[in-house]
Structures are given as structure tokens and as C-alpha cells.
Ligand binder design. Structure first.
Ligand SMILES: Nc1ncnc2c1ncn2[C@@H]1O[C@H](COP(=O)(O)OP(=O)(O)OP(=O)(O)O)[C@@H](O)[C@H]1O
Ligand code: SF4
Ligand SMILES: [Mg+2]
Length: 339
């Protein structure tokens, strides 16, 4: 059962200077759905639109970001919600933290440096649940943070007294204290060393298991996706170019860009240096014509410069946007996604 359906979403950064309008096509026609209780990963090189996509689907839409087209529909147990028709910031704020929680990129630094950690918990709980009673507040927070393996004493600390890993754990604890239905985590392990990263991934798994929520995680680290995700989407230049069960995607990547990304992954025990994906992602102000990947694609054909491939289901649950996949659609697949 799906909890989120996104249809043809276009979210652009629009800036105006001296009557000149610049439009960054950061998310440009993205459709996908997230199943209840799954862990859905989003990967792709820097600048491909991962953070913008998370912002748009969690309702963090403020200038210069504009949603110019598309639909973002949630199906919670007790109600359906059309995110893009919510009226104003007040309604969106009521949803955020309670139904949808967004852990932003670089969130370790969002904790207020001059306030003790306890204050941040008081703010979020006070704002949403209106708990004023000290005992009730402490019980709730203690239960939550101890379930996450954190010590109550961190409540009395200022952010700068904690390590980066601990700050990230606190940020995640804060984002999940209200047991949201869907958690969006944007690069939650970036900037942490490998051992600490493992701890943060474990923490995310613990929360997911305990709260039974749905998790959407963005990271460019494919090893984390392999470890954590049920399904995975690969983005390139504002679009999803491939989506499949994580296992299938790693075992049998079908888009040339996914192959390129996987080829750049280090292999355990292999000491030769691996090349990062050759070439660079394109500008999203003037993206390439046709298939946006064509200037870097080793298999590009004449047609690829002229036409954009649709994202089609080529095997059950495996969608790919590449002309090379045309005509080899699995006979069991009947659905055809026109984007
Ligand atoms: N406030 C903004 N104004 C204009 N352009 C922006 C803004 N924020 C992001 N962009 C552009 O939108 C595109 C997508 O950015 P986004 O941050 O979504 O990428 P990303 O995939 O999350 O990258 P990273 O892996 O570096 O976090 C990029 O070209 C970026 O330069
Ligand atoms: S459509 Fe063409 S350019 Fe794009 S990935 Fe496929 S072969 Fe390469
Ligand atoms: Mg980002």
C-alpha cells in the first residue's frame, strides 16, 4: 500500500534580476510512489536535485523554490492529504514533525548553539502537543532517547559540547520524537567518519523498527543504500532515471548512468584506484537536449540528442529511462508509465 504518490513533479528555483528570469530545473518531471513502511533511497551525483525533491515533497517550498507542476499526495491511515493544496505555512507546520519529518542536509549544524538540547525538545513538543507538565515531558523524552541508546545527560549539554556524531543523533531523535508517519532524511551520515556513520545508520534502523514508519533517505553513498534500503531511485539532472528493488538495482543495473555510478564504487579488498564517474553533471539552467545524460553516455545514439526517453517499467518493479531498454520490456509488465 502506498503512503506517498508523486506525479510529474516539477520544482524549479526561479530568480529574477534586472528583468532576467533564471530558472534552475532542479526537479523536472518526477513520478514515484513510496510504500508504507518501506525504506526508499534516492542517490545521484551532487546537484542532481535530491535535496530539492525532498524539500518539495515535505512541503518546504519557499522562494526561490517554486512547484510549477505536479501532485504530491499522502495516504495516511486516517486521512488523505494533498500536500500542494495545503493553505499556507500554518497548515504545513501542523503536518511537519507530526506526519512528515524532514531531517535537512547539514542538520548537525541546525541545533541552536546557545540553547541546551533540552530546550530544543521542549520547543518541538510544546509546539505540537502542548505538554507543559515537566514530568510528562521528561517521561516522553527519556523514553524516546533511551530507546535510541542515548544518555539522558545530553539534555543538559550545549551543541558545541557534543561530537558531530552525537549532534546528528540528537537531530534524528528530535525529528522522530513525535513518531511521524514518514521521515525524510537528507544525507544524514555525510561529514561523519565511517565508524560514526555506522552508528547513525543503526540508529535510523532502530527508530524505523520501533516506530514502524516509512523512511526516505537521500545519500550519494551507495554502500549505505545497499545496507539500508528496500528500493532505490537514481536521479540524474532533475529526473529519476532508474528505480528498482535495491538488490535488483545493484545486481542488474540497466541505465548507463547507474552502471557508471556503480563502477565508481570502491570494492572491498581491491587496492587499485577506481575512477569516479567520468565527466560532470550538466547545468540545470540549460540542460542538454533529449536524454540529459547523452553527453556523458558511452552508448549514446543520434536519437538520444533529440528525444527524451520515458521512465518505463521493464521488469516488475524495475523502471528505467533509456532507449536501450525499449523493446525488451518483460512480458509480465503491463503498466506503462508515460513519464
Ligand atoms: N536556493 C537555490 N537557488 C538556486 N538554485 C539552487 C538553490 N538550491 C539549489 N539550487 C540548484 O538546484 C540544483 C539541485 O540542487 P540540490 O541541492 O537539490 O541537489 P542535490 O542532489 O541535493 O546535491 P548535493 O548532493 O550536493 O546535496 C543544483 O543545480 C543547485 O545548484
Ligand atoms: S537514452 Fe541514450 S543517452 Fe540516454 S542513457 Fe540511454 S543510450 Fe544513453
Ligand atoms: Mg543535497
Amino acid at each position: 500500500m502506498s503512503i506517498l504518490r508523486v506525479e510529474n513533479l516539477k520544482a524549479h528555483y526561479v530568480t529574477r534580476k534586472h528583468r532576467k528570469v533564471t530558472r534552475v530545473l532542479a526537479v523536472d518531471g518526477v513520478s514515484f510512489q513510496i510504500n508504507k513502511n518501506e525504506i526508499y533511497g534516492i542517490a545521484g551525483e551532487s546537484g542532481c536535485g535530491k535535496s530539492t525533491l525532498l524539500k518539495a515533497v515535505s512541503g518546504l517550498i519557499k522562494p526561490p523554490l517554486e512547484v510549477v507542476e505536479g501532485q504530491v499526495q499522502y495516504q495516511f491511515d486516517d486521512r488523505d492529504l494533498d500536500l500542494l493544496t495545503l493553505r499556507g505555512e500554518q497548515e504545513r507546520r501542523e503536518i511537519r514533525g507530526v506526519r512528515i519529518s524532514h531531517i535537512p542536509q547539514g542538520s548537525m549544524s541546525v541545533l541552536n548553539p546557545v540553547r541546551r538540547i533540552r530546550k530544543s525538545f521542549e520547543d518541538i513538543i510544546g509546539a505540537h502537543l502542548g505538554i507543559k507538565d515537566k514530568r510528562e515531558f521528561e517521561d516522553m523524552v527519556r523514553k524516546h532517547i533511551e530507546a535510541l541508546g542515548l544518555d539522558w545527560n545530553v539534555m543538559h549539554s550545549f551543541p558545541h559540547q557534543l561530537s558531530g556524531g552525537m549532534r546528528q543523533r540528537i537531530t534524528i531523535a528530535l525529528a522522530t520524537i513525535l513518531r511521524p508517519d514518514v521521515i525524510f532524511a537528507d544525507e544524514p551520515t555525510t561529514a561523519l567518519d565511517v565508524v560514526v556513520q555506522r552508528g547513525v545508520v543503526q540508529l535510523i534502523k532502530t527508530i524505523k523498527k520501533e516506530q514502524q514508519n516509512t523512511l526516505v533517505i537521500v545519500t550519494h553513498d551507495l554502500a549505505i543504500h545497499a545496507n539500508l534500503c528496500d528500493r532505490l531511485a537514481i536521479m540524474y539532472a532533475g529526473k529519476i532515471v532508474e528505480e528498482a528493488d535495491a538488490e535488483a538495482l545493484f545486481a542488474d543495473p540497466k541505465h548507463p548512468y547507474t552502471e557508471m555510478l556503480l563502477d565508481s564504487l570502491p570494492i572491498v579488498g581491491d587496492r587499485t584506484t577506481r575512477e569516479s564517474a567520468p565527466g560532470a553533471p550538466p547545468s540545470l539552467v540549460h540542460p542538454p537536449s533529449g536524454c540529459r545524460f547523452h553527453p556523458r553516455c558511452p552508448q549514446a545514439m543520434e536519437r538520444c540528442k533529440l528525444e527524451a526517453p520515458n521512465l518505463i517499467e521493464v521488469e516488475i518493479g524495475h523502471r528505467v529511462a533509456c532507449f536501450l531498454q525499449e523493446g525488451i520490456v518483460d512480458e509480465n509488465v503491463q503498466e506503462f508509465d508515460a513519464r
